[in-house]
Design a protein around this ligand. Structure first.
Ligand code: BGC
Length: 450
């Protein structure tokens, strides 16, 4: 088998603001819900915070030079809303905005295409005080913030994503409470989802008025496969799939929620006015897919709210976050999107794995064969989808470097580049060299190895 990607295919790596930047209150920034969450005892592993993280805020130029050395042609980052608008709305903080202007300029000077995400979970705390994603006004707050960014950077940024993974915001932040703002409330979760979608729609409208390039949405998709052909397992699989994979995309592309949502949430599932769906259903230019794993699903009456649980696959490799390595699921996902939602351009905006990296064997090296296998297999899976007619335009590895894995703190390492969290020294892992090779050969290097 030979592998070749088109010349215009973007080869990137992804990060997010709170996970790498550090200096969360520098230059007039306002605190985010994550700044508060990590300061609440017991909520993050070992009490880890993003106060320093990778110190990217102060080492940005060096980090971009590192990206250039790896041969990246794209970089996906997120903008911390509270750096730009410390109160979440109102006065613009030029000090914070200047950081993202410098980042974009530095990327462009190095021939790296910026992909900007407007929201990767770090809602300004001042907005959370007003109800955050539960307050219907959040759609206007978000669109106003988006407008500030479009006015300032659309002359240089050609690819914009509104939200990163609305499902995680709702599921982790409002239903199970494992992520900021840490609520556990079945009645809140559907409201948060809906306001996230309205905010997305309003930001797309703002983009049509102010921007000249492309705007899209980033969702995380985990294909769901039934553990057996029993009616119960098939129904459980449909619920799991509706909840995670269709809850956001059906409204955006088809203007309605999946019917399973009512079955899942029961009396907590509200009715929404039609004009909300007209807003949510704005045409978008591309879809970003974050893919990590799949689920094999079995019915389980006591599991709330889905009555569905994942079944462990005995023969499979699992990552350090307990996710099955299943590359075929990425091909399946890209094909499924095309089949269900049409021929929209797709980017794989995140894909990667946390593995335990053995201590550097020869000095200066981090030997991570499992991560190399993961990337090789998943890039081949992207190639297979392209061969089958899916318009995939780029790929971003998660992550450029080891960083704060949210509530799991620094205990899980997803980076292509190793970060020593004491000295902050960066060391490209063997997987980074592998990825650099794939990029330099336009995919041909995928032919070698396992
Ligand atoms: C998120 C990242 C996160 C990664 C690994 C994605 O859901 O967008 O912020 O670090 O998964 O868990």
């Amino acid at each position: 088998m030979t592998y070749e990607f088109s010349r215009s295919f973007l080869w990137g790596a992804a990060t997010s603001a709170y996970q790498i930047e550090g200096s969360p209150l520098a230059d007039g920034a306002g605190p985010s819900i994550w700044h508060r969450f990590v300061r609440t005892p017991g909520l993050t592993k070992d009490g880890d915070t993003g106060d320093v993280a990778c110190d990217h805020y102060r080492r940005m130029e060096d980090d971009v030079a590192m990206m250039k050395r790896l041969g990246l042609t794209a970089y996906r980052f997120s903008i911390a809303w509270g750096r730009v608008l410390p109160e979440g709305r109102g006065a613009v903080n030029e000090g914070g905005l200047a950081f993202y202007e410098r980042l974009v300029d530095t990327l462009l000077d190095n021939g790296i295409e910026p992909l900007a995400t407007l929201f990767h979970w770090d809602l300004p705390a001042a907005l959370d005080d007003r109800g955050g994603w539960l307050n219907p006004d959040v759609a206007d707050w978000f669109a106003d913030y988006a407008g500030v960014m479009f006015r300032r950077l659309d002359d240089r940024v050609k690819l914009w994503a509104t939200l990163n993974e609305p499902w995680v915001v709702t599921d982790g932040g409002y239903l199970h409470g494992a992520l900021a703002p840490g609520h556990k409330n079945r009645f809140e979760a559907p409201i948060a989802s809906h306001q996230l979608l309205r905010a997305h729609g309003k930001a797309v409208q703002a983009y049509r008025a102010l921007g000249k390039h492309q705007v899209g949405l980033v969702v995380n998709i985990e294909p769901k496969y039934p553990a057996s052909a029993t009616a119960q397992d098939l129904a459980a699989t449909r619920r799991a799939e509706a909840y995670m994979n269709r809850q956001y995309l059906d409204p955006v592309f088809h203007g309605r929620y999946p019917e399973e949502m009512r079955e899942i949430f029961g009396e907590a599932w509200p009715e929404w006015p039609q004009h909300d769906f007209d807003l949510i259903r704005q045409p978008i230019d591309f879809l970003g897919i974050n893919y990590y794993t799949r689920n094999v699903v079995r019915h389980e009456e006591t599991s709330w709210p889905l009555k569905a649980v994942p079944v462990r696959q005995n023969q499979a490799t699992y990552t350090e976050t307990g996710w099955e390595v299943f590359p075929q699921g990425l091909t399946d996902t890209l094909l499924w999107i095309k089949k269900r939602y049409g021929a929209i351009p797709q980017y794989v905006t995140e894909n990667g794995a946390a593995f335990y990296d053995p201590p550097a064997a020869p000095a200066g090296r981090v030997v991570d064969p499992l991560r190399i296998d993961y990337y090789r297999a998943h890039l081949r899976a992207v190639h297979a989808a392209i061969q089958q007619g899916v318009d995939v335009r780029g790929y971003c590895a998660w992550s450029l470097m080891d960083n704060l894995e949210w509530s799991l703190g620094y205990s899980k390492r997803f980076g292509l580049v190793h970060v020593n969290f004491e000295t902050l020294e960066r060391t490209p892992k063997d997987s980074a060299r592998f990825y650099a090779d794939v990029i330099a050969t336009q995919g041909a290097a995928l032919a070698g190895g396992g």
